[in-house]
Design a protein around this ligand. Structure first.
Ligand SMILES: CCCCCCCCCCCCC/C=C/[C@@H](O)[C@H](COP(=O)(O)O)NC(=O)CCCCC
Ligand SMILES: Nc1ncnc2c1ncn2[C@@H]1O[C@H](COP(=O)(O)OP(=O)(O)O)[C@@H](O)[C@H]1O
Ligand SMILES: [Ca+2]
Length: 557
């Protein structure tokens, strides 16, 4: 690796010990000076602990400021606990705030205060670090924040005010904050009113449903501004330029968890501050060529559709509604008949059974983006092992009875399922994993569901199949001869059909509904297309965990 020229190097005091502190374009480094005279006042020296030094990437420095040692106040007027008593020899000080990694992908903001002998030196350090930070491109300066006060445990406002706003202030990020007053408030504001030119990004405080609102607003606005008709399923959509940050305050928080590795508001805020970027695929959902919605995480028919429909009536329970309705739906054990057709993603790298998941800097996503898979013709290869699959004009067709039909355009990892519905799905490869769970015994379905909560392979079961696709369609059996069948309008006819097919009437209804990122879709027959990297998040994908050393750091006080 090329050695970076030093911009500054000085001996400064930290916790009453002298440190060699240096700055180059990539790292800020400090290491204790190992002389017997180094102790200045009152500190206890551990002769057997060798300090290996501490390095922080400049790109992960959040802020720097002078500290008024007489008042204990930072330049920006905020109070700081005195890191140490001022000494006569080192009367000036500055504080650097930076990202420190903790376990389970958690990030924390740490402060380290260096004391200088001369004011001019202190100024030089502050100025030079500031210049380095100003030179970093991609950090947001002005953000538009939407808070859903009713998501999750209804803590959105408190989480933002107590945990996030102070960090944004420290990093000199200004914000316009809107607390939503009703569902779709944020979507409509973004779509028609917000003056987006003045912002470097949009932040949403809430769950997956709230994030979905923001995406709908931003994607629609981008298409309108570029003269694109988002209603047509064949239209090539224009990618959004503004990045979106998610402060998790919802019930599932799957988008946040799957793009950062944890649902922690402080970690998310720090990824926003350092200006991370993670592109993401978006699925468009149409019914009879009419646009219904976009989906970012889960599109689920059968089990997850039924869980959602039931849980919506129990919103008062908060996030526990999903456990309650999940159990109830599992006991009901309904299956649904229909035809699934899909265009397999044959020319892209990766398969849904891969052992290596999508991680920060994913090469599969990078490679597949270059292929721009949505424009290459799909090849169809009928599965020789499957008796009920066939090829029709580049589409594979599978008919059957399904307990669940799930499409995941990313892993859908969340606290309930840390590896996700499709652990090897990629955030930004232009494909989705289509998971078909055929009718099986309740016991086998339970085994399948339980595998979502562990590292066991949920696809290694005879009644489960998974395909990586660019497009898919679903037609419920009772719709197959109707070009347009609205569930509500045709309810009566359906009911008699159900009773004819299931004489005991204690059996499965003809239709489930689709769970589209936590929203119930009004149609069962849908067509879905994956749009490669349509949006970008303030995230970087899940990082490989750092190696933790048992060495005390200035932050680990
Ligand atoms: C018997 C043990 C069963 C354990 C099954 C666990 C499997 C959980 C996989 C969950 C995947 C979730 C994918 C994300 C979906 C969200 O879009 C959606 C809305 O989220 P929010 O707006 O935050 O409310 N959440 C759900 O649909 C929850 C499904 C939970 C089903 C148990
Ligand atoms: N002020 C509001 N009042 C009621 N509903 C809202 C409000 N703001 C947003 N919503 C809606 O609340 C739904 C759920 O929000 P979300 O933040 O995802 O919480 P949860 O994860 O608990 O479902 C979203 O579909 C969103 O459209
Ligand atoms: Ca994908």
């Amino acid at each position: 690796m090329e050695k970076q020229p030093r911009l500054l190097a000085s001996q400064l005091l930290l916790k009453n010990c002298v440190f060699e502190v240096s700055l180059n374009r990539v790292f800020l480094t400090w290491k204790e000076v190992s002389t017997k005279k180094k102790r200045v006042s009152g500190s206890i020296h551990h002769p057997f602990k060798v300090d290996p030094g501490h390095s922080v990437r400049v790109s992960e420095v959040l802020a720097v400021g002078e500290l008024d040692l007489d008042s204990g106040m930072k330049e920006d007027g905020r109070w700081q606990k005195m890191p140490q008593k001022p000494t006569e020899a080192y009367p000036h000080a500055f504080t650097v705030s930076y990202v420190e990694r903790a376990r389970h992908h958690r990030w924390r903001c740490c402060d380290v205060t260096f004391h200088c002998q001369e004011w001019a030196l202190c100024q030089q350090w502050v100025q030079t670090i500031r210049e380095q930070l100003a030179a970093l491109t991609g950090r947001p300066k002005h953000l538009l924040v939407y808070i859903n006060p009713y998501g999750g445990k209804q803590q959105g406002k408190r989480i933002y005010q107590q945990k996030v706003a102070p960090l944004f202030a420290r990093a000199s990020i200004s914000t316009d904050v809107i607390v939503t007053e009703h569902a779709n408030h944020a979507r409509d504001h973004l779509r028609t009113e917000a003056e987006l030119k003045q912002y470097d990004g949009v932040v949403c405080v809430g769950g997956d449903g709230m994030f979905s609102e923001i995406v709908h607003g931003l994607v629609s606005r981008t298409q309108t501004d570029n003269g694109i008709d988002q209603i047509s399923p064949e239209e090539k959509l224009v990618a959004c330029t503004l990045r979106i940050g998610i402060i998790p305050a919802g019930s599932t928080d799957c988008i946040c968890y799957a793009t950062i590795g944890i649902n922690d508001p402080v970690t998310s805020a720090l990824h926003i501050i350092v200006g991370d970027t993670q592109p993401m695929d978006v699925c468009s959902v149409h019914h009879n060529n009419a646009f219904l919605r976009y989906s970012l995480s889960l599109l689920g028919y059968g089990f997850y559709g039924d869980v959602l429909a039931d849980s919506e009536r129990k919103r008062w329970m908060g996030p526990a509604r999903y456990d309650f309705s999940g159990f109830k739906t599992f006991m009901t054990h309904n299956y649904y008949e229909g035809t699934v057709s899909f265009q397999p993603a044959t020319d892209t790298l990766g398969t849904p059974r891969d052992k290596s998941p999508c991680r920060a800097g994913c090469l599969v996503c990078l490679h597949n983006k270059r292929l721009c898979p949505e424009h290459s013709p799909a090849k169809c290869m009928a599965d020789p092992d499957s008796s009920d699959s066939e090829c029709e004009g580049g589409w594979r067709v599978i008919r059957g009875k399904f307990l669940a039909i799930n499409a995941a355009s990313m892993s859908c990892a969340c606290p309930r399922s840390p590896m996700g519905l499709s652990p090897a799905a990629h955030l930004a490869d232009g494909t989705a994993d289509l998971i078909l769970v055929r009718k099986c015994s309740r016991f086998n379905f339970l085994r399948h569901l339980l595998r979502h909560t562990s590292k066991d392979d949920q696809f290694d079961m005879t009644f489960v199949e998974v395909h990586r696709v660019k497009r898919f369609r679903f037609l419920p059996r009772h719709c197959q001869n109707d070009s347009e069948l609205d569930l509500r309008e045709n309810g009566k006819r359906l009911f008699s059909q159900i009773c004819r097919d299931h004489p005991a009437c204690g059996c499965s209804p003809a239709f489930s509904s689709w769970n589209c990122d936590g929203e119930v879709l009004p149609h069962a027959a849908i067509e879905v297309r994956v749009h490669c990297q349509l949006i970008r998040l303030f995230a970087r994908g899940i990082e490989d965990p750092p190696v933790f050393e048992e060495v005390p750091t200035p932050c680990g006080i």
